[in-house]
Design a protein around this ligand. Sequence first.
Ligand SMILES: [Zn+2]
Length: 338
Amino acid sequence: MNNALKNLLFICVFCIGLVACKDEPVKDQKTNQPPAAVAVPKFQADSAFAMIKKQVDFGPRVPGSTAHIQCGDWMVSTLKTYGANVIEQKGSVVTFDGKNVPLRNIIAEFNPSAKKRIVLAAHWDTRPFADKDPDESKWKKPIDGANDGGSGVGVLMEIARLLQAQAPKVGVDLIFFDVEDYGTPEFVKNQDDNSVFTWCLGSQYWLRQPHKAGYIAEAGILLDMVGAKDATFNKEGKSVDAAPGMVGRLWNTAAKLGHGSYFRDETVQEIVDDHQFMIMAGIPTANIIDMRPEVKAMGFAGYTFGNFHHTHNDNLSVIDVATLKAVGETVIHVVWNF
Ligand SMILES: [Zn+2]
């Protein structure tokens, strides 16, 4: 055996040693035993689905509408029955067309005295337009938003139920952002519009004026469009930059739980979503969002949010309990082991 080969063998053994050490569970300092596995509650995807249906049944949750008020009231009262301390942040924001619309961010605190906290967020409003609908006559009608709005809330409401049934050791804050989806519609857009964030108005408001002075959490997870059949959760660029630890936890956990067909090991372009403003607030946040590669005749044509996105096809028929289960199980395993 020549020296080069010996060195190589040494390096290989050394590497294997390192890998083995890394995978070994950290032992309890008192008992010198591996820590007992954390008991994680069972995520009920049917329950999450029922929570989505409940929202859709109110009608489109467009800020200022009766359905929006009723749905917000239902969320607040349900979260209270789950034992949450609920804080409502009410105000108004100016939309792309200069309209003043009411804003209602809903924050549900679980175990509020715990120092170590994780925040889970989703937007609960729905889009007033269907500006990508193939039928132009329906562009100005609001959408059901079963996936875009409804799904993130459905998963978080089910997690709220579990937080009461079997609390994790960390404090958990659920933030339901309002007025996320009022961005300039395609039919009035001009080239300058992308320089101003006319969407994510609820999270921008919260960034300027947090629900508690000096509010901070150790990490965050944003859920946006997490319920559609065949969802593809690639690693969104900003999450990878700002919250690599949380991205790692989520995607590794998903793989271990057998949800790797949804959580793909591919980094995709950064997008402006509520997580950007959570990151600006000092909370490293990973966005779980359905971004699908689109293949056209010429080949790969970028990523889309699904062909139902911002159309009237974003209704209950696109929601799949298997997707809800993949997301819900992954998130609760991360939270209960955080
Ligand atoms: Zn949207």
